[in-house]
Every structure is written in structure tokens, then in C-alpha cells.
Design a protein around this ligand. Structure first.
Ligand SMILES: Cc1ncc(COP(=O)(O)O)c(C=O)c1O
Length: 413
């Protein structure tokens, strides 16, 4: 074990000192050690990558496609991404100048924040939200400004947005909109997006539209913010969730050419270029007719799981804003259970070896909720409901015994 020289302990930037490790990951890692643990914590598709996509990566390796590509990504991939955005969402982006291939959506998001943030600039984040945004903002010297939308069905309303903009007095540089949402699974309707766009059009606020779950929209067709605000929006998307390709690490940014050009300045100094075999696989994923079939099959499976979980959790007393997309359920803990979400999640692990994520980790408005990921097999979900039912039975029997004992005490006076 090497020890850092004592005087280097304070070498880290003030920005990094603002950052706290994710409670979600530390919880998930800690519970992994517990025997018989059932984890519904992480949003990681459980499907194998379709064979034709794997073969595209293998072909690239066998063809010695092993040299640096251009930093924006191969033209084939950018063209495939451009075709994908047009076919699926009726969005037109020029492959050459308006698309950047990134190392997952994660690097795309980080690149945007690095490119736009000066010290103290504000980024508006409707919460509960994917916790990564706020930490990326802090690392880059910005300040996350949270708008709690839990009382509005987890949807940002024009009036809440207007209020946040007025309170910030011109300091907000961008807003992050996640559609479909992690952690709530809610999706924005066409009208909701249009109404938000009407407010934002009057401002100089950039929309960072995280649409990584766009292909997993169960009840409606996905609508992108770029439909209403193309000159002010950068789309973040990729193949991680839609094609179960999280480990390949390919994402895309799509936006006006001058924005993409500036983002590429950051991107090329940080990662040089994404990996060639991964780009070849992502090209196949975006472009091949077979992919529509793969995605449709996965989507149907997720939808069945969502319906199962929503019904079962509701029957157990959880309340849920029905998730229209992604693969998460954000459920309000029933009133007769432990109300502190962190304590509840720990108790569920202790008593039933079932791990779900405490809602407060997703920011203001997440308190009192849990997030369950249904990127897990139906057998696992059935077992999870079995354990949760046993948990509920024990809690409720104990509550009945306690209230019975209390009543007897009152009667004896
Ligand atoms: C909302 C959201 N954006 C981005 C990501 C990261 O995607 P990628 O694996 O492509 O980096 C995730 C992963 O969970 C996510 O939930």
C-alpha cells in the first residue's frame, strides 16, 4: 500500500471538494456483500446484446480497425445516428457538423458542462433527478439549482420554471430535462414540452435534453425538446439503454453546429476518440433494420414488468405516478411503514435482503420515496414482490399488535 505524501492531502481543487461520492453506489456496493441479497438498485439492462451488433464489433477487430478515429466519431456512426434521429423522432441533424459521438451519454453530459460553465454559473435541475448531473456541475465549478417538481406529478410546469428563472436573476446558463425520467419514469407530453419551450424561448438558457431512455417510452411516441426549441437544445442520447449496450460506452450529442464544434474542443482533449469496435457496434445498433426488432422486444418485456410492478406495489399500499418510460418505478412509501426512505431501504435489506434505492438520493422531493429498477428478470421481480409482501405482513401484524396493546392499556384505566 502506498501512502500519499502528507502535504499532498490538500492538493484537490475547491470544486472537487464540493463533490460527495454517490450514496446510491455506496449503498449498492455495501449490500452486494450480503448473502441472498436481491438488488433492484442499478439501471442496467439485463438483456444480452443482439448477435448482429456483437458481430459488427468483431468485424472491426478482425479488420484491424485499431487506430485513432476522428474525435467527433466515425462518419458512419454519425450518419447512422443522424438517420436514427430522423427515422425515430423526425429530427434532422447533419451527420458531419451537428453530431458528436461520445463515450456514453455520461461523457456527453460532462463535455457540455465543461464547455459552458464558469465559476458560479447555475444549472437548473428539476428534481428528483439523476444525481450525476449535480456532481458534474460542481466538478466544473457550477452551482446546481434544484426545482422540486414532486408536487406536480414529477413534471416541470411553466410556472415553476418561470419562478426559478426570476429568482435566479439571470444566472442560469442551462436546464437539464430528462425525458423519460430517471428516477421517476415519467414522460413529457407534446403539450408539456411546448409550454416549457414557450418560457425558455424568451431566455438565453440552453436545454440539455437527456433522452437516453427515449426508445423506452411505453404509452406514447417520444417527443424531443428539440422539436420546439432546436436552436437552444442539445440532445443527449446513445445506445446504452435502448440496445442494452452500457459497457460499449457510446453516446451522442446532437445540436446546432456551432455548439457541437465547441463541445468537440473539450471532447477531443479529454477522450481523443471513442473506441473503434464500440463505434462499429453502435453504428449497427442505430442503423440496422434488425435493431428495431430487438428494441421492440426489449421494450415489450420492460412494459410487462412495469405493469406487473405497478399493480403489485399499488396493492401493497405504495402510491406511484405511473411511469410512462425508462425502467424505474418511483414509489411513495406507505404511511404505516418507516417513513424515512434511507431507514426504510436499510430495514428492507436487513429484514428481507431486498435492496431498493432511497429516494432522497435523487434530490429535493425524493424524500419518502424508493426507486426500483425493473431492468431485472420477471423472476427477480416476482421474488422481490414476495419479499416485500412478507415485509408488509410483518410490519402490519406488529402494528396491529401494538395498537391492540395500546387499546388494552387505555381500557384498563
Ligand atoms: C438519465 C441518465 N442519463 C445518462 C445516463 C448514462 O448513460 P451512459 O451509460 O450512456 O453513459 C444514465 C445511466 O443510468 C441515466 O440514467
Amino acid at each position: 500500500m502506498h501512502k500519499t505524501k502528507e502535504s499532498l492531502h490538500h492538493i484537490f481543487s475547491d470544486n472537487l471538494n464540493q463533490v460527495t461520492p454517490s450514496p446510491i453506489h455506496s449503498f449498492s456496493e455495501r449490500v452486494s456483500q450480503i448473502p441472498n441479497i436481491l438488488k433492484l438498485t442499478i439501471g442496467e439492462p439485463d438483456f444480452a446484446i443482439p448477435e448482429h451488433i456483437k458481430l459488427a464489433a468483431v468485424r472491426a477487430i478482425n479488420a484491424d480497425d485499431s487506430h485513432y478515429s476522428v474525435s467527433a466519431g466515425t462518419m458512419k456512426l454519425r450518419q447512422a445516428a443522424s438517420n436514427f434521429l430522423e427515422k425515430r423522432y423526425d429530427l434532422k441533424y447533419e451527420a458531419e457538423s451537428e453530431i458528436l459521438a461520445t463515450v456514453g451519454a455520461t461523457e456527453g453530459l460532462y463535455t457540455i458542462f465543461t464547455a459552458i460553465l464558469n465559476q458560479g454559473d447555475q444549472i437548473l435541475i428539476p428534481t428528483p433527478a439523476y444525481p450525476v448531473y449535480a456532481e458534474m456541475v460542481r466538478i466544473n465549478g457550477g452551482t446546481p439549482v434544484f426545482v422540486d417538481v414532486s408536487q406536480d406529478g414529477f413534471i416541470l410546469t411553466p410556472s415553476k420554471l418561470r419562478q426559478a428563472i426570476n429568482e435566479s436573476k439571470g444566472c442560469i446558463k442551462a436546464i437539464v430535462l430528462t425525458n423519460p425520467s430517471n428516477p421517476t419514469g415519467v414522460t413529457y407530453t407534446d403539450k408539456q414540452l411546448r409550454d416549457i419551450a414557450d418560457v425558455l424561448r424568451e431566455t438565453n438558457i440552453l436545454v440539455i435534453s437527456d433522452e437516453i431512455y427515449a426508445e423506452l417510452n411505453y404509452d406514447n411516441s417520444h417527443v424531443s425538446m428539440a422539436k420546439y426549441l432546436p436552436e437552444q437544445t442539445v440532445i443527449v442520447n446513445g445506445v446504452s439503454k435502448s440496445h442494452a449496450m452500457t459497457g460499449y460506452r457510446i453516446g451522442i450529442l446532437a445540436g446546432p453546429a456551432d455548439l457541437i464544434e465547441q463541445f468537440n474542443k473539450v471532447h477531443c482533449f479529454v477522450i481523443m476518440t471513442p473506441s473503434n469496435p464500440a463505434m462499429a457496434a453502435a453504428t449497427e445498433a442505430f442503423d440496422s433494420e434488425l435493431s428495431w426488432h430487438d428494441t421492440a422486444q426489449m421494450k415489450q418485456a420492460y412494459q410487462n414488468r412495469r405493469d406487473f410492478l405497478v399493480n403489485e406495489l399499488t396493492a401493497l399500499g405504495f402510491s406511484i405516478a405511473k411511469p410512462g418510460g425508462a425502467f424505474y418505478i418511483f414509489a411513495k412509501i406507505p404511511g404505516d411503514f418507516i417513513q424515512n426512505d434511507v431507514a426504510f431501504a436499510n430495514d428492507l435489506v436487513d429484514k428481507q435482503q431486498l435492496a431498493v434505492v432511497a429516494g432522497s438520493g435523487f434530490g429535493p422531493g425524493g424524500e419518502g420515496y424508493i426507486r426500483m429498477s425493473y431492468a431485472a428478470s420477471m423472476a427477480m421481480l416476482k421474488e422481490a414482490i414476495f419479499r416485500l409482501t412478507a415485509y408488509a405482513r410483518n410490519v402490519r401484524q406488529t402494528n396491529v399488535l401494538i395498537s391492540h396493546a395500546e387499546q388494552q392499556k387505555i381500557d384498563s384505566f
